[in-house]
Design a binder for this molecule. Structure first.
Ligand code: SF4
Length: 113
C-alpha cells in the first residue's frame, strides 16, 4: 500500500494556483546582461532605468554583483514590487521562486491532495 501520493502535474498546478507568491527569490540566482553591457535583474524588468543594476563597461561583473546598487534594486523588488503583476510564469527566475517559496512555506498535507 502506498501511503504517500505522487503529485501529478495537475496537483502541482492546483497547489501553485492557490499559493500567494509575494516575493521573488529567483533574482539571487540569475540576471540579464543586455547587448550594451548593462545588467538588469530579469528579462521582465530589462531596459528599465529604475532597475538598472550596473554597466560592464564601467565595472566588473563581480563588483556589480556585490554592489550596493544591486542590493538596493533587489530589495526594492523584494519588498515593494508585486511580482504577481509581472507574469512570473513566463520567467525562469519565477520558477526558481515558486520552488523556493514552496520549500519555505510548504502547503499543508502536500502529499495527500
Ligand atoms: S518573478 Fe518577476 S521580478 Fe522575479 S524574475 Fe520573474 S519577472 Fe522578474
Amino acid at each position: 500500500m502506498t501511503l504517500i501520493k505522487q503529485l501529478t502535474l495537475k496537483d502541482t498546478i492546483n497547489v501553485l494556483a492557490t499559493y500567494d507568491f509575494k516575493h521573488c527569490y529567483g533574482l539571487e540566482f540569475e540576471t540579464v546582461i543586455n547587448s550594451d553591457a548593462k545588467i538588469y535583474p530579469c528579462f521582465m524588468l530589462w531596459n528599465k532605468p529604475e532597475f538598472l543594476i550596473g554597466d560592464l563597461t564601467k565595472q566588473s561583473f563581480d563588483e556589480i554583483w556585490r554592489s550596493d546598487r544591486r542590493r538596493e534594486v533587489l530589495n526594492r523588488i523584494y519588498y515593494d514590487y508585486d511580482i504577481r503583476k509581472c507574469g512570473m510564469n513566463s520567467c525562469r527566475q519565477g520558477h526558481i521562486s515558486e520552488a523556493l517559496s514552496l520549500i519555505k512555506h510548504p502547503p499543508m498535507h502536500r502529499n495527500f491532495l
